[in-house]
Each structure stands twice: as structure tokens, then as C-alpha cells.
Write a protein that binds this ligand. Structure first.
Ligand SMILES: Cc1cc2nc3c(=O)[nH]c(=O)nc-3n(C[C@H](O)[C@H](O)[C@H](O)COP(=O)(O)OP(=O)(O)OC[C@H]3O[C@@H](n4cnc5c(N)ncnc54)[C@H](O)[C@@H]3O)c2cc1C
Length: 478
């Protein structure tokens, strides 16, 4: 039975505003072992799923990366590349390659955090959206940088996939994204943001505003819209590719070595620095926390509203006859969807991935919910109507890491109550549900910072990194 899902019925123009909730006092757990199964986690698509989960554990390392999501693996990719470009870190002749290990609580890239395994697969950078709000919060220079970061990440990943011949393998589709302007308020804000960004020198020439008739005819939705360039892809395959490239670079350059241990959660860290896992302990000189929503498990000072708040999100894949390649969302990005590019072999209808819609979760928006073994029962009925067969739908949840300013923690770990206590530890986390177009770049910035510190050099902060992301420049106390 086919679905009667349409672009129009996926978007609810009457979005309630998120209600801030009080932090719950219970600490954040490790990623739960029995998570819901993501469409993207097809076992054949994850050859590294159990890598390094048995056998001897790597012992003393120079750098331990905690988390094998897009951040942890991108950091490994950039670290190996930077070390290879720089040559040996030590001046000592015949110095050993720098030992890097990635520790992952679940299967490779599977957590919630495993969200590239679990998220919706957009790679669509912002062009001007929310510019005026961003300027009000962080000033014009950082608002321009926030756009530059996303443009840099999207173009870098697309270029890398093309230059290494992987575009088809990761289902890269350049369909762009249609933002439906579902209310007069959204239309007015979109136009104001566009004009403000243009006046600040942002290149908005690729953006097109579409009239209501054109949108109805082309996409079946009765709203005006704007279109921006963008891609969708299979995130887990991209992360796997980055890991393989990192391994290759490490082995070719002989300046570093890279190991991966999945199903190896880090349960505690003691000075300086021993990481405990159920499989044994690992000594490390430097640690990178790439644990996103789960950061406060190992860094309790990040628990609460000025830290990183785990927040459950949900996605469904539904069979439908939607024929456009474009992704769609409303201007606030609170609901989105895009068609899968692969035509099913069995003649069934293609899948559309639908996500966002956190209003389905009720007033608390599932903030402080770190358990993705369950789902919100309201999500499916509210996105599909009575004629949609549950057989045509696959649903899963995942945990996002929200911050008070929707920005990312990038830099040394700083606990304001004991500023020197984490020396040698770094963090890159807190994407607030928007990591695909930021993680690769933030991981590059943190890799640069770590290489600068271990070679006693100044960190040349990339121009595209918003300065308020940097941990010692954040406005809030953490
Ligand atoms: C349902 C959903 C839909 C989303 N859709 C989009 C989207 O369309 N576009 C977009 O840009 N973003 C989206 N996101 C957000 C995006 O997926 C994240 O921003 C991104 O995955 C963050 O990557 P990461 O590597 O930092 O974290 P994660 O992918 O969460 O990886 C962190 C890893 O750390 C591991 N870990 C945690 N604690 C420990 C520990 N103590 N020891 C060892 N390992 C540990 C976890 O198991 C996990 O694998 C979505 C998220 C969800 C949940």
C-alpha cells in the first residue's frame, strides 16, 4: 500500500515555540546499548561496525579521540593529514609515529550519537538564514563566519568526495533545498535576513525566491519558498570514507598511526591521563572529547543549561511517490524531508526521509532525554495520514547535543571552577541538531589547535571559525 505523504502534510505552519525546561538532576548516561535501528545503519553499509571490539586494546597513546561520529573521525582525518604535511612532530631523529586511537562506546559511528548513522543526511549549508538573529547575539563578524564555516564544510566534503571518486558510493545528490515560507512572519524574516546578509557582504547570488504558484506546481505545497543549493548523502558512508583516508595517510606518511576500538566505552578519566574502559585502561597524553550529547558523562561541569543538553530527535523513512530531488524544510528548519536517490530494486516506491518536528514530542521537546532505545509515539501519526501503512515506514530516534546559544564548544576543556584541571583535554561538541555542515570544519579547527599545542606553536585560528565557539571565548560560563 502506498503512502499519501506529501510535502504539504509534512509541514505544520503552527509550530509552537520550544518551551525551556529545567535541567533534570540525574547525570547523563553512557549511550544505551539497545538503540532503535536507523535506516542508514544497514549492516552492509557499516564494514567498520565492530572494528577493534575484540582482541588486545591499544595501550599507551599520544592522542585518544573519544567518539567515532563525524567529529571524532574528521578530527582523526585532519590530525593525520596535518601531521603528514608537517613531517615528524619530534626533532628527535627516528622518532616514533604519533599514536592516535579512537574509542567508541557502540558500533562505529552508530551512536546517537551515532547520529551520522542516525541523522537525516542533509549537507545543506546556510546562505543567510537567521542572519539578523545571529548578528544580535554574536555580532556581524561572527554571523558572517557562521555562514563561512558551513559553506567551507559543505564544499570541502563535496570536493573531497568527487576528488576521491566516492560521490556515487555515498549517494551524493545535488538537489538543493526548498525552504517553505509557511507564514507571513517566516516570509518577512527570510527577506530581512537575506537583505541584511547581502548588505554585510555575504554572497547570496545562488539563492532564489519562489512564488506560491511555482512552488505549488513544482513541489505541491501552497506556500512561497526560497531555494538554496545543497546536497543530501549517506552520512555513515562519508564517515567510513574519512576513516579509511585517515588510516591511509597515517600509514603512507609514517608520521602517525591510527587505531579504532568500537564497543569500548570510556567510563572515567583520571590524571594524567588514564582512560578506563570495561576492556582495560589506556594512557594518553592528549584527549579529544567528540561525544556530542554525551559530553557531560565524562565532563560533569557540562551538565545543565550552560553546557550540552542531550535532546532526543526522531526521523522516519516513508515510501511515497514524491519525485523531486530537492530537500524541503520550513524556514525555521523545524520540519524537513528529502527523497532517497536510490530506486528500489523491487519496484516499490522510493523512500522519503522526514525529520525535525520536535513539537510532536510535547512541551519539553525531549530535552535531557538521552535514551534512544525508544521513540515518541506521536511522530508517525502526525507526519502521515490514516492511509499510510506502517509497513511503508521505518522510524528511529537519536540524541542531539544542544547548547544555550546553538553553537559548538571548540577548544581546550575548561571547567570554570578549576580552569587548569583538564590540561591536555579538548572538546568539539554541541551542534544543536545541526552538525553535518559544521562538524568537519570544527574538527579541523580542533585538530589544528592540538597540533599547535603539541608542537608548542601558536594556533592560527581559521578565519571561518566563529570566535564565540572557542571554549575560552564563550559568553556563558562553561
Ligand atoms: C534524529 C536526528 C536527526 C538529525 N538530522 C540532522 C540533519 O539532517 N542535518 C544535520 O546537520 N544534523 C542533523 N542531526 C545532528 C547531527 O547528526 C549531529 O550534529 C552530528 O552527528 C554530531 O556528530 P558528532 O560526531 O559530534 O556526534 P555523534 O555522531 O553523536 O558521535 C558521538 C560518538 O561518541 C560516542 N560516545 C559517547 N560517549 C562515549 C564514551 N563515554 N565512550 C566512548 N564513546 C562515546 C557515541 O557512541 C557516538 O558514536 C541530527 C541528529 C539526530 C539525532
Amino acid at each position: 500500500m502506498s503512502s499519501s505523504f506529501t510535502v504539504e502534510n509534512a509541514v505544520d505552519p503552527l509550530q509552537p515555540t520550544p518551551v525551556p525546561v529545567e535541567p533534570v538532576s540525574k547525570p547523563i548516561p553512557l549511550p544505551v546499548p539497545n538503540s532503535t535501528q536507523s535506516f542508514w545503519l544497514d549492516p552492509e553499509a557499516n564494514p567498520l561496525a565492530k572494528a577493534g571490539s575484540t582482541g588486545p586494546l591499544t595501550s599507551d597513546v599520544d592522542i585518544c579521540i573519544i567518539g567515532s561520529g563525524i567529529t571524532g573521525v574528521s578530527a582523526a582525518y585532519h590530525l593525520t593529514r596535518l601531521l603528514a604535511e608537517r613531517g615528524a612532530v619530534s626533532e628527535v631523529p627516528n622518532a616514533q609515529p604519533l599514536k592516535i586511537v579512537i574509542l567508541e562506546a557502540r558500533d562505529f559511528c552508530e551512536c546517537t550519537i551515532t547520529t551520522p548513522g542516525r541523522n537525516g543526511g542533509h549537507l545543506t549549508p546556510v546562505y543567510f538564514q537567521f542572519f539578523t538573529e545571529y548578528v544580535a547575539a554574536h555580532g556581524t563578524e561572527d554571523a558572517v563566519r557562521a555562514i563561512a564555516l558551513e559553506q567551507y564544510v559543505a564544499s570541502s566534503i563535496v570536493d573531497l568526495l568527487h576528488s576521491t571518486g566516492q560521490a556515487d558510493a555515498v549517494d551524493l545528490v545535488a538537489g538543493g533545498r526548498v525552504y517553505l515560507l509557511v507564514s507571513e512572519d517566516q516570509e518577512a524574516r527570510a527577506k530581512a535576513d537575506y537583505e541584511a546578509a547581502k548588505a554585510a557582504g555575504v554572497d547570496v547570488s545562488a539563492v532564489r525566491f519562489l512564488g506560491k504558484e511555482e512552488v505549488l506546481e513544482t513541489y505541491g505545497a501552497p506556500y512561497p519558498a526560497l531555494w538554496t543549493p545543497g546536497h543530501n548523502l549517506w552520512p555513515l558512508k562519508v564517515v567510513t570514507h574519512l576513516y579509511n583516508l585517515a588510516r591511509q595517510t597515517a600509514s603512507d606518511s609514517a608520521t602517525s598511526s591510527l587505531a579504532l576500538h568500537t564497543n569500548t566505552p570510556v567510563t572515567s578519566i583520571t590524571p594524567i591521563w588514564t582512560l578506563s574502559t570495561p576492556r582495560g585502561a589506556i594512557a594518553a597524553s592528549y584527549i579529544l572529547h567528540a561525544t556530542n550529547a554525551y559530553a557531560s558523562y565524562l565532563l560533569p561541569h557540562l551538565h545543565g543549561p550552560t553546557g550540552i543538553i542531550p535532546t532526543r530527535g526522531q526521523v522516519l523513512a516513508v515510501r511515497t511517490d514524491m519525485s523531486t530531488k530537492a530537500a524541503f524544510a520550513d524556514y525555521d528548519g523545524s520540519e524537513y524531508g528529502f527523497p532517497r536517490p536510490v530506486q528500489p530494486q523491487d519496484g516499490s516506491q522510493p523512500l522519503v526521509i522526514v525529520g525535525g518536528a520536535r513539537q510532536s514530542a510535547g512541551p519539553g521537546y525531549e530535552m535531557y532525554e538521552a535514551d534512544d532505545s525508544g521513540m515518541n509515539p506521536r511522530f508517525f501519526p502526525e507526519r502521515c495520514n490514516a492511509s499510510t501503512s506502517p509497513d511503508d515506514v521505518r522510524e528511529w530516534s537519536g540524541i542531539m547535543g544542544f547548547t544555550d546559544e546553538y553553537d559548538v564548544f571548540v577548544g581546550p576543556v575548561i571547567d570554570p571552577s578549576q580552569p587548569e584541571a583538564h590540561k591536555g583535554q579538548y572538546i568539539c561538541a554541541g551542534y544543536s541538531g545541526h552538525g553535518m555542515t559544521r562538524a568537519y570544519g570544527c574538527a579541523e579547527a580542533i585538530a589544528q589547535k592540538m597540533v599547535a599545542d603539541l608542537t608548542a606553536k601558536e594556533w592560527d585560528v581559521p578565519e571561518w571559525l566563529p570566535r564565540h565557539h572557542i571554549t575560552d571565548r564563550r559568553k556563558s560560563s562553561n
